[in-house]
Design a binder for this molecule. Structure first.
Ligand code: MTE
Ligand code: MO
Length: 362
């Protein structure tokens, strides 16, 4: 086992702040790292494409920028552990970083399509996986970082998987994966490998620690790390993220002053399930789910089926203490949030109603 990197950077923004803008600025998004940031030189960095291909190819960053059409996609990027705090406090304790609702960002990413890059090398299998690796620096639980997605997803142009060289029209920052990272719209952030140095077309899923022994929805009977040992190698890795929403304003535990008409203004974000976007409806309740009111989905320039929806509602509420507001999103395929989602030991993919609780209304 490699030496444990001290304190990889893990942080999330205040959600009140996060829901103020459709595109998340480069320093405003969450950071999730299992390693320290490697400082790579774009002039010498290479991405090797190998495995089940006619001819392995080594790409320079110039190749990726100049030899392929550059494609942009606006999409949400979300840690599978986003909203873990709600699962652990509203259902039962779990194991993992205590993310609130801010481990998600919505950005514009630009670079070549993965499908174009794969076509260049000539894929020789019909069925399998595309693995992404970063060998630049050791992780806390493995000597490298890696993930994979299905070959089918990788080859489909409409799935918009890209090798991002830019975020929001600027080169990636070191923290976001400079000089190149994978962006897999609709899929858990854990698969969006930063500081990418190898792409391999292969029959099997990636065997990296973070693909096999982490980021999985273990069955409910797995209540500790010891029991998990029997399940890691059989439960599938998280890929598509579930439909979700969160409330950014008002702040849970805080005070909301009513508007002149006796309503409280509520704002948040909503995320579609996997490739089932866009979000088509968000409903909000100020009376524990007895009745729901449709929120206004804000029109935002550059929206796609992969991006989040920002929404706003004004719901009637009586003054008082310990009030709750809930939100419920539905996407184009009709996926909708449950009141609570199933507990799992690692606390991933929580998508119960978005909530703002312990609220004082004046
Ligand atoms: N090389 C590498 N890539 C990585 C990670 C990592 O630790 N190392 N973390 C992953 C996880 S779990 C997530 S949620 C996203 C976070 O991306 P961000 O730090 O840009 O928010 O990157 C993914 N890519
Ligand atoms: Mo993550």
């Amino acid at each position: 086992m490699p030496e444990l990197p001290d304190n990889p950077l893990n942080r999330e923004p205040e959600i009140q702040q996060l829901v103020q803008s459709f595109l998340t600025a480069k320093d405003d998004g969450y950071d999730r790292n299992h390693c320290l940031h490697p400082q790579l030189n774009a002039d010498t960095h290479r991405v090797t494409l190998d495995g089940a291909v006619d001819k392995p190819i080594e790409f320079t960053m110039d190749n990726l920028r100049n030899d392929f059409e550059q494609h942009s996609v606006v999409c949400a990027l979300q840690c599978a552990g986003n909203r873990r705090h709600t699962m652990r406090t509203k259902i039962k304790e779990v194991s993992g970083v205590d993310w609130f609702d801010g481990a998600v960002m919505n950005c514009k990413w630009t670079g070549p399509r993965l499908s174009d890059v794969l076509h260049r090398a000539g894929v020789t299998i019909d069925d399998g996986h595309v693995a992404f690796s970063c060998y630049a620096t050791p992780c806390q639980d493995d000597t490298w970082y890696g993930s994979s997605i299905s070959l089918d997803r990788a080859m489909r142009k409409d799935m918009d998987v890209i090798l991002a060289l830019e975020m929001n029209d600027e080169p990636l920052t070191v923290g976001r994966g400079y000089p190149v990272r994978v962006i897999t719209p609709g899929i858990a952030g854990a698969r969006a490998v930063k500081w990418l140095d190898r792409i391999t077309v292969q029959k099997e899923e990636c065997k990296n620690h973070y693909m096999v022994y982490d980021y999985k929805i273990l069955p409910e009977e797995v209540t500790d790390a010891e029991k998990a040992k029997d399940y890691w190698e059989v439960v599938p890795p998280v890929q598509d993220m579930p439909v979700n929403s969160a409330i950014g304003v008002p702040k849970g535990g805080g005070t909301a002053k009513r508007n002149a008409d006796g309503t409280v203004t509520v704002k948040g974000y909503a995320l579609p399930g996997g490739a089932d976007g866009p979000v088509t409806k968000v409903e909000v309740s100020g009376n524990d789910g007895r009745s729901w009111q449709e929120a206004k989905l804000l029109d935002c320039e550059g929206e796609t089926k992969w991006s989040w929806k920002l929404w706003e509602a004004r719901i009637p509420m009586e003054p008082g203490f310990d009030k709750a507001i809930y939100s419920k999103a539905t996407d184009a395929a009709g996926n909708t949030q449950p009141a609570k989602s199933r507990w799992n030991f690692r606390g991933v993919c929580y998508n119960g109603y978005g909530d703002c609780t312990e609220l004082t209304v004046t």
